[in-house]
Design a protein around this ligand. Structure first.
Ligand SMILES: N[C@@H](CCC(=O)N[C@@H](CS)C(=O)NCC(=O)O)C(=O)O
Length: 202
């Protein structure tokens, strides 16, 4: 297998953290996002969405979408479980991971995509939309702070993929000036705990 990766981007980091938590090692290929390698042939022929990460399987299959890649790896390496165990937990982890993706990571990424020089000329930028996403992201971090008042991790008692998604989203916010506010004590406590795991360096 081969992981098409980009060191500075949040979605590939989700997969790298997931792999470290499971003790999986896969050779990586760095894709030059700044040079637009992901938006032209041969990359785009294999992944028409043009995004990283992509996992190339031994039979040549290209598997894109961070959660799909994690799901594949979870099936190959069930321990430790990062996507839930048993019907109830599977449902809850899925719910929380989707929330972390839709409500935290995506709004934060949209601030960057719609306002940063990096995407100028690559995508149609709508700075007002980026600023609206900044407001959404701030509200979602406040909400998440409240959620974390009574449990250590996002989906409950255990560290899961939902923590990985939230961590990658929130850390990526730094480049757009989005940070955990001093009064968001639960979120700060959670962030310190998940950042101190060796996998956070991935
Ligand atoms: N839904 C995809 C998103 C993939 C994605 O947007 N990746 C970003 C990096 S975080 C990318 O490749 N951006 C480069 C570009 O859009 O040109 C996933 O979950 O993996």
């Amino acid at each position: 297998m081969k992981l098409y990766d980009s060191k500075s981007a949040p979605n590939p980091r989700r997969v790298r953290i997931f792999m470290v938590e499971k003790g999986i090692e896969i050779p990586t290929v760095q894709v030059d996002l700044a040079g637009g390698e992901n938006r032209k042939s041969p990359f785009i022929d294999k992944n028409p969405m043009g995004g990283v990460p992509v996992l190339e399987l031994d039979d040549g299959t290209w598997l894109a979408e961070s959660v799909a890649i994690c799901r594949y790896l979870e099936a190959l390496h069930p321990d430790p479980p990062l996507m839930g165990r048993g019907a109830r937990e599977l449902g809850l982890v899925e719910m929380w991971n989707r929330r972390m993706e839709n409500e935290v990571l995506i709004p934060i990424a949209q601030v960057f995509r719609n306002s940063h020089e990096f995407f100028k000329g690559r995508i149609q930028q709508v700075p007002e939309y980026g600023e609206a996403c900044r407001t959404v992201a701030a509200k979602r971090l406040d909400w998440l702070d409240g959620e974390l008042a009574d449990r250590p991790f996002i989906a409950g008692a255990h560290y899961t993929i939902a923590d990985i998604t939230a961590l990658c989203g929130i850390d990526f916010g730094r480049v757009s000036g989005i940070k955990i506010a001093p009064e968001q004590k639960n979120l700060a406590r959670w962030h310190e705990a998940v950042s101190s795991r060796p996998s956070a360096k991935a």
